[in-house]
Design a protein around this ligand. Structure first.
Ligand SMILES: C[S@@+](CC[C@H](N)C(=O)[O-])C[C@H]1O[C@@H](n2cnc3c(N)ncnc32)[C@H](O)[C@@H]1O
Length: 276
């Protein structure tokens, strides 16, 4: 993990939140950001100890906490964790947030959990999926589950022209580019309520390092850590995020392929369990 990646996330997080209006009022008013895939795979939340890994600014963490889970969010971006703590207080939804590099934290913490959760842009920031998966197995109690809902790695191979002009699916070299303002690109899908004032946006020129992990590599890493696959699905839509410009936003905050396009999966979702 490089400090530049963290700094790029700090800038991006400030920009993303600049589009979202009064998020505490949204949450206090009962606003919810979770999608059915997440809730269905997580199952009952009331009274469960749940760690939300790479939680960013904590909006989803707080929606989980409001359902009765005792939530710890972990993220390495100072801006994200500070925002999450403020949002928790302002929304009146208790949750803990810890500033930490996720794999180091998984390797070192003494806490254990019934549930671990990650979503939408997580493993792609981590160079070593084996270490990540072993850390997940380490923090789960026997019988505990990890739920992961993620953009399908095929998505990054598809260019704006809907041809295979994007990144090589089997790329092994890391990518170095600033974290973009995908909240602005996704609009209502990611809770953007209005165009942000340009004065509130900082051009992000700090390159972040990310990695392409094939679907096979993700599944192999989890299995290699002794976690047992219980549920797995591929989805022809993208929750919240316009990962390809041509995708069309529906009223359910999902982006779908344009009419007449042969669909490929845009997301996958899974649940693995630590035997117990
Ligand atoms: C796309 S966001 C995840 C969004 C999240 N699902 C949510 O609920 O908003 C990716 C997050 O991963 C964090 N991140 C990236 N690399 C990390 C690392 N090595 N350790 C901890 N957090 C990391 C970033 O700071 C960012 O908040």
């Amino acid at each position: 993990m490089s400090d530049r990646t963290r700094e790029s996330w700090n800038i991006a997080t400030r920009n993303h939140n600049a589009h979202k209006g009064d998020q505490a009022a949204f949450l206090r008013g009962g606003g919810d950001l979770l999608f059915p895939e997440e809730l269905e795979l997580l199952g009952p939340l009331d009274g469960r100890d749940l760690v939300h890994l790479q939680c960013n600014a904590g909006q989803d963490s707080l929606c989980l906490a409001r359902r009765g889970a005792r939530v710890l969010g972990v993220d390495f971006a100072d801006e994200a964790v500070a925002f999450a703590r403020r949002l928790s207080a302002a929304a009146g939804i208790p949750a803990r947030f810890e500033l930490a590099e996720v794999v180091s934290w998984l390797e070192g913490t003494t806490e254990t959990f019934d549930l671990a959760f990650s979503s939408y842009g997580a493993a792609g920031w981590l160079p070593d999926l084996g270490a990540w998966a072993r850390g997940l197995a380490r923090v789960l109690r026997p019988g505990g589950a990890f739920v992961y809902v993620e953009f399908h790695p095929l998505v990054w191979s598809i260019g704006p022209d809907l041809r295979l002009s994007g990144d090589d699916y089997f790329a092994t070299e890391p990518f170095h580019e600033p974290v973009g303002d995908y909240v602005a690109d996704s609009g209502a899908g990611l809770g953007a309520v209005a165009a942000a004032d340009a004065a509130d946006l900082t051009p992000n020129r700090v390159p972040a390092t990310s990695y392409q992990h094939t679907l096979g590599a993700v599944l192999e890493a989890l299995a290699g850590a002794g976690l047992v696959l219980e549920r797995f699905a591929e989805h022809p839509y993208s929750n919240g995020c316009r990962t390809i410009p041509a995708l069309v936003l529906g009223p359910d905050r999902r982006f779908r392929w344009p009419e007449g396009t042969a669909r490929l999966p845009l997301m996958f979702s899974l649940r693995v369990r630590r035997p117990g």
